[in-house]
Design a binder for this molecule. Structure first.
Ligand SMILES: Nc1ncnc2c1ncn2[C@@H]1O[C@H](COP(=O)(O)OP(=O)(O)OP(=O)(O)O)[C@@H](O)[C@H]1O
Ligand SMILES: [Mg+2]
Length: 507
């Protein structure tokens, strides 16, 4: 749409934000127009989430102006921002999985009935209005069921329904797609397009460039807390976007780099025969050689995470066998797995990953300490040296290794989780969606580092919903569907062939 005659619904100018004197945002501006989808882009730690928090009253700005519909605003809380018409789903979504869908939609602001409407919660009204709000975004589900019984994508939509009020003018989504698969992303985008059609201004953050180009009209780029520019999507091709984010040229690998190496039988590191867990995984035969990158492909719910959890002792197999270097082993818990040189970098950093109150140093040293056991304690200077090495290697943006990890940006927390497992110097590294939330340049650098370690002999089991990435880095690809393995393909196979195998069980 043309912005020539239309005024922005929301306009920020000169926004500053400091934490303990350290500037994180400097003179940032942002304009959102009605009826547009606007992508807010920048590297990990650029200040995207901080800008959103300032704009929605979670954080107080250190300077600058905000105007909504031409009027100056200064919301002091997300609730106040919501009342003004700014609806937000934050990067760390805070829903309650153990409450019903309807309760999640209304938690804290239930419709009441009885004496002066203050008397008791009107559950019939809660359910009816929850259904209405969900219908607005095209979701028709049983609102009395627990939220946790629905897939993450549905939970994400429930979060949007919760955020959206009748008066919403602006919808802000901070990395809404980071735990969705491709079909689910499409469903979310349909909802966003529908809301755009109703005249909402939508701001969204994503590190997936293809998504940005698929859905947005306009792009604002931040770099290092500063505003770089605002473009119509058509005027900013991907390469130029990356340069704007990084402040330098950067070539993204697109061609297949998988060397399709051959591995001899004596390099066999791990082998499963009929490994299974009833209700979770059908018997799986799998083998991985030292130095090999084995990709694990499949849709959400195909059993990839279940297999990873079995190989890391988070779940215990009730059938089949597991051999490491020819010896049959039983992995009763992750400590066993770590002692056998297995590491798992999990997909859910908030629940399985970081310990928010501990420092970056402690978070990185955690798994190595577990591997060394009680007999050998890592001293603080040893931990510091270890943490500093990985902060430099993976480009983790933090004031120091003593900073509590919870203060790092989302993507930098995820890098620290990867560092924790690389620090154990594993023989087998299992990566379950390791680079979600990591910016495009850092993602490539991390994958290059992992491939370098593989060429030095580390085995890698790589799980990712980004099929292009799986095909690019894997020596071999095992395909799962409906919780069983349906076949294998050589690395460098076309994405199309992998999808065919997923869909039909044969190419
Ligand atoms: N409460 C806080 N105290 C100190 N520093 C903070 C705090 N919150 C954020 N920061 C710092 O502000 C900077 C910007 O972080 P922010 O979360 O806005 O980045 P982001 O652009 O959203 O990155 P990502 O893509 O990784 O989510 C980071 O360096 C972060 O460490
Ligand atoms: Mg963020």
């Amino acid at each position: 749409m043309s912005s020539a005659h239309v005024q922005p619904v929301l306009e920020l100018t000169g926004i500053d934000k400091q934490f303990a004197g350290n500037p994180v945002l400097r003179g940032v501006q942002l304009r959102l127009y009605p009826g547009e989808i606007h992508a807010l882009m920048g590297q990990n730690g650029a200040g995207k989430s901080t800008l959103i928090k300032v704009l929605t009253g979670v954080l107080e700005s250190s300077g600058g102006q905000m105007q909504l519909g031409g009027k100056t605003i200064r919301p002091q809380s997300p609730l106040e921002a919501q009342k003004l018409g700014i609806s937000t789903v934050y990067q760390e979504v805070n829903l309650c999985p153990n409450l019903s869908v309807a309760e999640n939609v209304f938690a804290g602001r239930y419709p009441r009935c009885g004496l002066a409407q203050g008397y008791r919660i009107d559950w019939a009204a809660v359910q009816r209005r929850a259904r209405e709000l969900l219908a607005r975004i095209g979701l028709d589900i049983d609102v009395t069921r627990l939220l946790s019984t629905y897939p993450v994508a549905v939970q994400q939509l429930v979060a949007i329904a919760r955020a959206l009020g009748v008066e919403s003018k602006v919808l802000i989504l901070d990395e809404p797609t980071s735990s969705l698969d491709e079909d689910e992303v499409q469903k979310l985008f349909e909802v966003l397009r529908r809301l755009r059609g109703e005249g909402l201004a939508i701001l969204f953050v994503s590190h997936f460039l293809n998504q940005v180009y698929a859905v947005s009209d306009r792009i604002t780029v931040l770099r290092n807390g500063e505003w770089v520019g605002e473009w119509m999507v058509a005027d900013l091709p991907p390469q130029a976007l990356i340069s704007a984010m990084l402040g330098r040229e950067f070539a993204v690998h697109t061609a297949t780099t998988a060397p399709q190496r051959m591995f001899s039988a004596d390099a066999l590191l791990l082998e499963t025969k009929g490994l299974a867990q009833s209700g979770h995984l059908q018997p799986v035969d799998l083998h991985i050689h030292a130095g090999e990158v084995l990709g694990l492909a499949g849709l959400l719910g195909a059993g990839r995470t279940e297999l990873a959890r079995l190989l890391f002792g988070l779940e215990v197999a009730d059938r089949g066998s597991l051999q490491i270097n020819g010896d049959t082993v039983l992995l009763a818990n992750p400590v066993d797995a770590v002692r056998h040189g297995i590491a798992l970098c999990p997909e859910e950093r908030k629940t399985d990953g970081i310990v928010a109150e501990l420092s970056v140093r402690e978070n990185i040293a955690l798994a190595l300490q577990a591997r060394l056991g009680l007999r050998r304690f890592l001293s603080v200077p040893e931990q510091t040296a270890l943490a500093e090495k990985f902060v430099a290697l993976l480009g983790i943006k933090t004031a120091s290794v003593e900073t509590p990890i919870g203060l790092l940006s989302g993507g930098n927390q995820q890098k620290a989780v990867i560092a924790r497992w690389l620090a154990t110097d594993p023989r087998l590294l299992i990566l379950d969606e390791p680079t979600r939330g990591i910016d495009v340049a850092a993602k490539q650098e991390i994958m290059d580092e992992i491939l370098r370690l593989a060429s030095d002999g580390m085995a890698v089991l790589f799980i990712s919903s980004e099929m292009g990435e799986v095909v690019r880095v894997s020596d071999r690809i095992a395909v799962l569907r409906d919780r069983s393995k349906v076949g294998e393909l050589p690395g460098g196979s076309s994405e199309e062939n992998v999808y065919k195998l997923i869909a039909a069980g044969h190419v």
